[in-house]
Design a protein around this ligand. Structure first.
Ligand code: HEM
Length: 404
């Protein structure tokens, strides 16, 4: 056993048992951050804050929500919204956060793509980030089932139908996922379990992995500088703070992060109090009815781009294209063959690739919301083809990129 001495303070007592000073150094005061990064690098902290808001508001909602097909709708729309003091507030915080979190995730992802933050040494940051994206998507979908409104029911029907695999007719798989022939009590109970237990646990584990993956390569920077963190941190500790290219995470960089988080919270609560409607689908204020299909069934805005990749093709091709769109981003560190970790603006054809991909996904999102008729379905088709072609072109254009 280690040698324990009589503690001189509570901190010393804890330090002897938990090495809190060492942990504090590794995670906070000697976790080095480059000086040359902008507010986009605060999006990670904004995501942490949004996840905390989701967790806390979810715990309050859980006190009154009933996972039963006969009472779920009323427990949300009547009990929580009208009877419970401030129940409406927790619901609006939860609903707005569930939507805004995807906006921030997309900004965070595209920042990473723009600056090449997924490249050599940072692959695990990217892969754990993409796993977080997939898990968040499953979390949002399972949560959408819980109010048991018309859109919950029919979106649940459409998305679980995808697992029948088109002409493969794997109906047993769909029934196995639903626990029934159609979405019913077994379906609601298992999506409730996923939403409140299994997926949040997975998200917390993945956030831990994402942070651990950041510790060794450190965060990238906006100029594509190859920073030697050992040399620069020694310079800082020796007193040359101005000459060093790095600063401490805590409290120095964290104070900047908190400034951005503060501005974000003003925007967030403006949405919660004055503009929460965008996060609620009016069709979902009707209780689920298996005999009445809504005129248009569409997912929430953050799934529209991948939904639009499914829609313009025949069933089998559509499913393959959809599957491709779901997984392809994970492969980015391996498909981008250029060794340059610099902003896209300084890279050859990749700079056009970046903007083309961003615009294409915005177009797909817009078309996904519109009914698939006339010019909209043509634009959707072209944008879906462009998405696939852009990914096929990526390894080719980056292989021939000049080394900077
Ligand atoms: C809720 C989910 C997430 C949380 C809480 C989170 C948190 C963070 C934090 C705190 C950082 C460091 C600071 C920063 O660059 O912002 C970071 C960096 C990073 N994250 Fe995430 N992240 C999440 C999701 C994602 C997703 C979906 C991706 C995309 C695949 C991703 C990719 C990255 C990358 C590439 C970096 C490194 C940035 C750099 O080196 O400059 N993250 N993340």
């Amino acid at each position: 056993m280690a040698n324990f001495t009589k503690a001189t303070s509570i901190k010393d007592w804890l330090n002897q048992r938990l090495a809190i000073e060492k942990v504090e150094k590794v995670m906070m005061s000697e976790y080095w951050i480059p000086k040359n990064i902008n507010f986009l690098w605060a999006m990670g902290m904004v995501l942490v804050m949004t996840f905390v808001l989701l967790l806390v508001s979810g715990i309050f909602l859980l006190m009154y929500y009933q996972p039963n097909v006969a009472t779920a709708f009323d427990s949300v729309n009547y009990t929580i919204m009208r009877e419970v003091d401030f129940g409406w507030l927790w619901r609006h915080v939860h609903g707005v956060a569930a939507s805004v979190v995807f906006l921030i995730i997309y900004i965070h992802m595209f920042t990473g793509i723009y600056y090449g933050s997924y490249k050599k040494g940072r692959e695990m940051i990217w892969i754990s980030g993409m796993l977080l994206f997939v898990t968040f998507s499953a979390e949002a979908f399972s949560g959408y089932m819980l109010p048991w409104g018309q859109m919950s029911y029919w979106a649940g029907m459409v998305i679980t139908n995808l697992f029948s695999g088109g002409s493969l007719h794997a109906d047993f798989l769909v029934e196995w996922i639903r626990g029934d022939y159609v979405p019913a009590q077994a379906f609601l109970t298992r999506f409730f379990m996923l939403h409140v237990l299994l997926l949040p646990l997975a998200i917390m584990g993945l956030i831990g992995l994402h942070f651990a993956a950041l510790r060794i390569p450190h965060v990238n920077n906006q100029d594509g500088d190859e920073i030697d963190f050992d040399v620069e941190s020694k310079k800082y500790l020796a007193g040359d703070k101005a000459g060093s290219k790095v600063i401490r995470f805590a409290n120095d960089f964290m104070s900047k992060d908190m400034m951005v988080v503060g501005v974000y919270l003003v925007f967030f609560f403006y949405l919660v109090f004055y503009n929460y409607g965008f996060a609620m689908d009016p069709v979902n204020f009707d209780p689920a009815d298996g005999l009445k299909t809504p005129a248009h069934i569409y997912p929430e805005w953050y799934f529209l781009w991948s939904y639009e990749i499914l829609r313009p093709f025949s069933v089998d091709v559509g499913l393959i294209a959809f599957g491709f769109a779901q997984v392809i981003f994970i492969g980015l560190p391996f498909l981008d063959r250029s060794p340059n970790t610099v902003p896209a603006s300084r890279r050859g054809l990749f700079k056009y690739w970046f903007w083309a991909m961003l615009v294409d996904m915005i177009v797909l999102t817009a078309m996904g919301k519109l009914p698939p008729e006339g010019i909209f379905s043509t634009i959707g088709f072209v944008a879906a083809i462009a998405f696939i072609l852009l990914w096929i072109a990526l390894p080719i254009i980056t292989k021939f990129e000049k080394k900077i």
